[in-house]
Design a binder for this molecule. Structure first.
Ligand code: CTP
Ligand code: MG
Length: 242
């Protein structure tokens, strides 16, 4: 069973505010997207990677990722649109057997397209390869959708403006990370059933909307998303100690 990873890297990184799209910001000298892709490849369970970037940075991304089994394409205006484009490209490209960005060579799985798809944020550059392998393992074990999840440490309150309305029972809450893993069939069905401009903050959310069952496995704090300058600072410190 072949595994493809879709890496949404087409965001602008507004909250990071680093003066460049987040995926291209260096983290200890290596662009965030390169670290994310290399983590996927280091897991040993990913056969091909599709990276979706802003239109202006396609050539730059190809240079940065040269020599890896990676295809670069243009993303969309929202994360959901980016993943939809990449998913369409994954299926179309595999069916037509062409790969223009890779010297016309097929990347993987000559019989057809990958049967398992991971969607993994470029913005999670320190994700342990073992977590990536664990997600794939859970899909292989029969779960159609798998997300890494962590318990919530802080107390969570519902607010209206600055006023607290209630305290939420955090014991039933989880924060979820990527990679999220799916059977190709489940992820395609979820995207096919949702409106082209539907917006979800994660891919499993679309599977939930069509009644699919999403399985959780233990997440890893190191898979945190680099969102703010604080996160980038923490990531730099973690790499210094490694
Ligand atoms: N993403 C994407 N296409 C978009 C928006 C986001 O591929 N139109 C990707 C980002 O590149 C990132 C992941 O989705 O790898 C998670 O999104 P987020 O952390 O929100 O990144 P940005 O949208 O770039 O950041 P911000 O919301 O602060 O602008
Ligand atoms: Mg965003």
């Amino acid at each position: 069973v072949s595994v493809a990873a879709v890496v949404p890297a087409a965001g602008s990184g507004t909250r990071l505010g680093a003066g460049a799209p987040k995926a291209f910001v260096p983290l200890a000298g290596v662009p965030i997207v390169v670290r994310a892709v290399d983590g996927l490849l280091a897991s040993g369970v990913v056969d091909e990677v599709l990276v979706a970037v802003p239109a202006a940075l396609v050539e730059r991304a190809r240079e940065l990722l040269a020599g890896r089994p990676v295809r670069v394409l243009v993303g969309g205006a929202e994360r959901t649109a980016t993943v939809r484009l990449a998913l369409d490209s994954l299926v179309l490209n595999s069916l037509s057997g062409k790969d223009s960005a890779h010297g016309g060579e097929r990347l993987a799985n000559p019989e057809g397209h990958a049967q398992i798809v991971l969607v993994h944020d470029a913005a999670r550059p320190l994700t342990p390869p073992a977590l990536i392998a664990a997600v794939v393992e859970a899909v292989r074990a029969g779960h159609e959708a798998v997300v890494p999840a962590l318990p919530v440490a802080d107390t969570v309150k519902r607010v209206a403006g600055s006023v607290v309305e209630s305290t939420v029972d955090r014991s039933v809450l989880r924060t979820v990370q990527t990679p999220q893993g799916f059977t190709l069939a489940a992820l395609r069905a979820a995207y096919a059933a949702s409106d082209v401009d539907a917006i979800a903050t994660d891919d499993a959310g679309l599977v939930e909307r069509v009644g699919g069952k999403v399985h959780t496995i233990p997440g890893d704090p190191a898979a945190f998303k680099v969102t703010t300058p604080w996160d980038l600072h923490i990531a730099e410190l973690l790499l210094e100690r490694a």
